[in-house]
Ligand binder design. Structure first.
Ligand code: B12
Ligand code: SF4
Length: 512
């Protein structure tokens, strides 16, 4: 038996009741090659609950370890996509190894791919880290484990481990051939029926190399999944789930030609794309099938976008901005909810840059539509090892919380005379220009039931006991029935906790 686990994320704000796509991709691939091996995927939040307190978390881990004792897996693979999962991932590895040192623990995902050295310096509980795409290395690891061998004894590509104080890296393998991608096998999930949202990646990778992004570490070239595989996958999803929303998980989505196929599924498709790759005339043709459209806009300032590596020159900038306006207007005209993602206080930003974004948001928000719009703006984080990190540490006037790969790394002063309070004030003002129409509220609630809520709002007495997995109300039940009841209450809870809604992200982070 092999267990694959999606750990807890501390960021509740962006919690999406979606199956862990990376683990299903890997498990389906391994299962298709080794059908005789039992593989099971656990999503801690979906299958055990979302812990709101330390006690709740301890209860969940106790249950998980009891189960591990029963099923006795030879290996446990853990996926760590976001920084918000990193500390819990390490804690979980420690717990598993202390519980049973014979279980082979392996990790994969963005975080371990980029920060394997930092993980090894924190824990001895990880036997191997898989660098980059996990399908082929996981297959080879699991093959060896099932034969009773140590995967470190053979020359499996894209692995890292630490021995005698040194990190050992195996040879770099080729990119995963997406033509060999397995069909998603939902039966490998513990509770396939509990997910409201179906994530799917039509392609992997992005060639743009924006300075703040991590994509270039893992897949700097975009490759597409074949139409044949997509068709089969989507038909299976339709057949085996009751969910009606597909969440596009491409780094760079531009498969607009697939909308006729997507339409035939009878689902709503939520996707994010770049502001300069989508033709605004497409919007009116996808009205019936697009649930929500998101644009990674980031800023309206030429100087900021140039520092981000988002635009090449003035001409590109003009196109970037005018295309954003055109897509936005089309979305409103066609009653599609639209989210504009923005970053405030990017290193080098002056108040003038923030003002440009504010003026832009003010102008855009003069247009209104039933679909509504959200300016989802957040403070800037400087992820170590990205190009942005190296620029930032060498910029004399920029101050950020340089608290390592596990930290928040928030930019506190983006240029000499710009105070963080000023950045927060702009964020609040820009966010308040959102038009949270009933349609937008329904769409967001469906996908992100805890969107913008502070953690303490989930303990509010208004929430009935049926939304919790335990009598002490320390573990939130995020399976369908509980979320249905919770969603009903969200307008009231949001009103009650209004002052926190546009505040800093730290209020939306679980504190263990
Ligand atoms: C979809 C998505 C989301 C969805 C998640 C929905 C869901 N539950 O699936 C939403 C919108 C919620 C989201 C939110 C956020 N996201 Co996001 N998201 C993505 C996105 C676009 C796709 C992830 C995905 O499914 N990829 C497809 C799978 C197949 O690829 P993969 O994850 O890389 O998995 C492969 C390998 O990594 C490896 N692997 C992964 N796990 C494992 C495990 C084992 C055992 C092994 C062997 C291998 C392995 O093998 C897999 C298959 O080849 C990625 C970018 C991208 N294109 O991947 C960003 C990305 C993961 N998100 C990112 C960020 C920053 C965020 C936010 C913090 C944004 C914000 N500012 O709020 C939040 C945090 C959310 C949280 N809860 O913590 C960053 C992560 C950076 C980081 N390390 O923190 C990414 C990488 C974007 C980027 N390029 O910078 N996100
Ligand atoms: S376009 Fe998006 S995914 Fe691509 S590098 Fe830039 S931020 Fe990353």
């Amino acid at each position: 038996m092999i267990l694959l686990i999606e750990p807890i994320s501390k960021n509740i704000d962006m919690y999406i009741p979606a199956y862990p796509l990376p683990l299903i991709e890997i498990a389906s691939f391994v299962q298709s090659k080794l059908p005789e091996i039992a593989i099971n995927i656990v999503s801690i939040s979906a299958d055990y609950g979302l812990p709101l307190t330390r006690e709740g978390k301890e209860q969940i881990y106790k249950e998980l370890l009891e189960e591990i004792s029963e099923i006795k897996p030879r290996g446990i693979g853990i996926s760590c996509t976001a920084i918000a999962q990193a500390e819990e991932t390490i804690h979980l590895c420690d717990l598993i190894k202390n519980h049973d040192p014979d279980i082979f623990v392996f990790l994969g995902g963005y975080f371990p791919t980029i920060y394997y050295e930092e993980i090894f310096s924190r824990t001895h509980a990880v036997d191997v880290i898989v660098i980059g795409e996990g399908e082929v290395p996981a297959l080879e690891i699991i093959k060896r484990l099932e034969r009773g061998k140590n995967p470190r004894d053979d020359d499996i590509p894209n692995l890292a481990w630490k021995k005698d104080g040194h990190v050992h890296l195996t040879r770099k393998g080729a990119r995963f051939d997406l033509n060999t991608k397995a069909l998603l096998n939902l039966e490998l999930l513990r509770n396939p029926g509990v997910y409201d949202i179906l994530p799917y990646a039509f392609s992997r990778g992005c060639p743009y190399n924006c300075n703040f992004c991590m994509e270039e570490f893992i897949r700097p070239i975009r490759k597409k999944v074949s139409l044949k595989i997509i068709q089969k996958d989507l038909r299976n999803l339709k057949l085996h789930t009751k969910a009606h929303t597909l969440l596009v998980s491409d780094a760079l989505f531009k498969s607009f030609d697939l909308f006729p196929l997507l339409r035939s599924l009878g689902m709503k498709i939520n996707f994010e794309t770049r502001c300069d790759v989508m033709d605004p005339s497409i919007v009116s043709k996808i009205t019936d099938v697009c649930g929500m459209l998101a644009l990674g806009f980031e800023s309206a300032s030429y100087s900021t976008l140039k520092r981000m590596g988002k635009v090449r020159d003035r001409d590109h900038y003009q196109y970037y901005v005018s295309n954003t306006i055109a897509i936005f207007k089309e979305a409103l005209k066609n009653e599609i909810p639209v989210t504009i993602f923005m970053i405030a206080g990017y290193p080098g930003d002056t108040e003038e840059d923030l003002e440009k974004s504010l003026i832009f948001a003010k102008a855009l928000s003069k247009n209104s539509g039933i679909g509504g719009h959200i300016f989802k703006i957040g403070e800037c984080r400087v992820y170590p090892k990205t190009k942005l990190y190296y620029h930032t540490v060498s910029a004399p006037d920029v101050v950020f919380d340089d608290n390592g790969v596990f930290g928040e790394n928030i930019v506190r002063q983006s240029s000499k005379n710009l105070r963080f309070e000023t950045v927060l004030a702009y964020m609040t003002e820009i966010f308040s220009l959102s038009n949270n129409t009933p349609k937008m509220q329904r769409t967001v609630l469906n996908m992100m039931p805890f969107f913008r809520l502070p953690v303490h709002a989930l303990s509010d007495k208004m929430i009935p006991d049926e939304c919790f997995r335990d009598a002490d109300r320390e573990i939130f039940d995020v399976q369908g029935k509980s979320l249905v009841a919770f969603r009903e209450l969200v307008p009231g809870i949001t009103k009650k906790h209004k002052k926190w809604i546009s505040g800093q992200r730290s209020h939306r982070t679980l504190q263990f």
